[in-house]
Design a protein around this ligand. Structure first.
Ligand SMILES: [Zn+2]
Length: 80
């Protein structure tokens, strides 16, 4: 009966040691979380307004016969 108690104590110690090792391995596998890069889109081409020289993204420009403009008002003013 005395040996049964020793067996359980040894078994419990081994179980506890292996459990701690498993937790350590799990923590080691997960890589440290790095901060996410800032959400920025692809770079855009910049254009200069032919009327007021404002620089603006090409997607926002208004096409005119003499060039690109920042707004329809500047296109009308320049091409009048
Ligand atoms: Zn303009």
């Amino acid at each position: 009966m005395k040996y049964l108690l020793v067996f359980f104590v040894v078994f419990f110690a081994i179980w506890l040691w292996r459990k701690n090792r498993r937790d350590e391995m799990r923590e080691r596998v997960v890589p440290p979380r790095q901060p996410a890069p800032p959400a920025v889109g692809a770079p855009q081409a910049m254009l200069r307004c032919a009327h007021c020289s404002l620089h603006l993204p090409a997607s926002d420009a208004v096409r005119g016969t003499h060039g690109m403009y920042c707004s329809a008002a500047h296109r009308q003013a320049a091409e009048r």
